[in-house]
Design a protein around this ligand. Structure first.
Ligand SMILES: C[S@@+](CC[C@H](N)C(=O)[O-])C[C@H]1O[C@@H](n2cnc3c(N)ncnc32)[C@H](O)[C@@H]1O
Ligand SMILES: Nc1nc2[nH]cc(C(=O)O)c2c(=O)[nH]1
Ligand code: SF4
Ligand SMILES: [Mg+2]
Length: 248
């Protein structure tokens, strides 16, 4: 069974080397693999080409089936593993879309990689709604969990799954990363922190934004809020370095 990846250009799977730009591993050299499809639909999603095949996903414009063909590629896990290993990774960041929607294929891919690189560190970027089956969970070193607040535009019933949030809160491998667009968003974060007992050392606030100016503007008011509540702030390093560009 193949794994369905996003593309950097039609037919080119989105596998790339970069610095981890967000969260507790910021600045670490990593290889990224971006899986296609998502179960949510955030209004500000910076990778909507992984899931919104409405026909206007720049730069590959066209009708729905055209957009899907241009923005998805199904490849054999052995081929994906080869492309990842060619980049000589110490760390792998699995993202998407929502990568945990393809658990069986992802389990096979990581197993192939660990056969060659037993010490490969694997972190998964997830929206925190989907449970990883045990066979996959046992292969993952770190979860970067980004639960979606009301301003994401998702129905809270879909975006906030209590048993998942509780499980991640109790899992020492999990770090929470909340996207913040306005100061009022923090109220929801504090409520979730209280409800699920999320440790401040494992909770980061991240500005919403896909350009440097917006990120800096928002971090100017976010920094004092983070200090006041004893919470951590994370930037989005890759946006400053490369802008909002696929494969970076
Ligand atoms: C594209 S998502 C993929 C993984 C998973 N679906 C998730 O949402 O965590 C990767 C990260 O980018 C964040 N993100 C997406 N669009 C963003 C934006 N416009 N501004 C800031 N962060 C954004 C998400 O919250 C998540 O932490
Ligand atoms: N450099 C870089 N760091 C990232 N951290 C999380 C990313 C993501 O899209 O999940 C991401 C990304 O796309 N690029
Ligand atoms: S959950 Fe992640 S991939 Fe899905 S729409 Fe939201 S930000 Fe995008
Ligand atoms: Mg990203």
């Amino acid at each position: 069974m193949p794994i369905v990846l996003a593309t950097t250009q039609p037919g080119e799977p989105e596998i790339f080397a970069s610095l981890q730009g967000e969260g507790p591993s910021t600045g670490r050299p990593s290889v990224f693999v971006r899986l296609s499809r998502c179960n949510l639909a955030c209004v500000w999603c910076d990778t909507a080409y992984t899931w919104r095949f409405s026909g206007d996903n720049r730069p590959h414009r066209g009708g729905e089936s055209f957009a899907r063909k241009a923005n998805q590629v199904a490849i054999d896990e052995h081929d994906a593993a080869q492309k990842i290993l060619a980049l000589d990774p110490d760390r792998l960041v699995v993202t998407g879309g929502e990568p945990l929607l393809q658990a069986p294929a992802l389990t096979r891919l990581i197993t192939l990689l660990r056969d060659i690189r037993p010490r490969l560190h694997v972190e998964v970027e997830t929206n925190g709604t989907v449970e990883a089956p045990h066979a996959l969970d046992r292969l993952i070193d770190q979860y970067n969990v980004s639960p979606k607040l009301a301003h994401s535009g998702n129905d809270a019933d879909l975006a906030l799954v209590p048993e998942r949030l509780q499980a991640y809160s109790e899992d020492p491998r999990a770090f929470f990363k909340f996207v913040i667009a306005t100061p009022a968003d923090l109220d929801e974060v504090l409520e979730l922190k209280r409800t699920y007992g999320i440790l401040p050392s494992r909770l980061q606030l991240m500005p919403e934004g896909t350009d440097s100016a917006t990120l800096y503007d928002r971090m100017r008011w976010l920094a004092p809020l983070a200090m006041r509540h004893g919470l951590r702030l994370t930037d989005r390093l890759h946006i400053h370095l490369y802008g909002d560009t696929r494969g970076t």
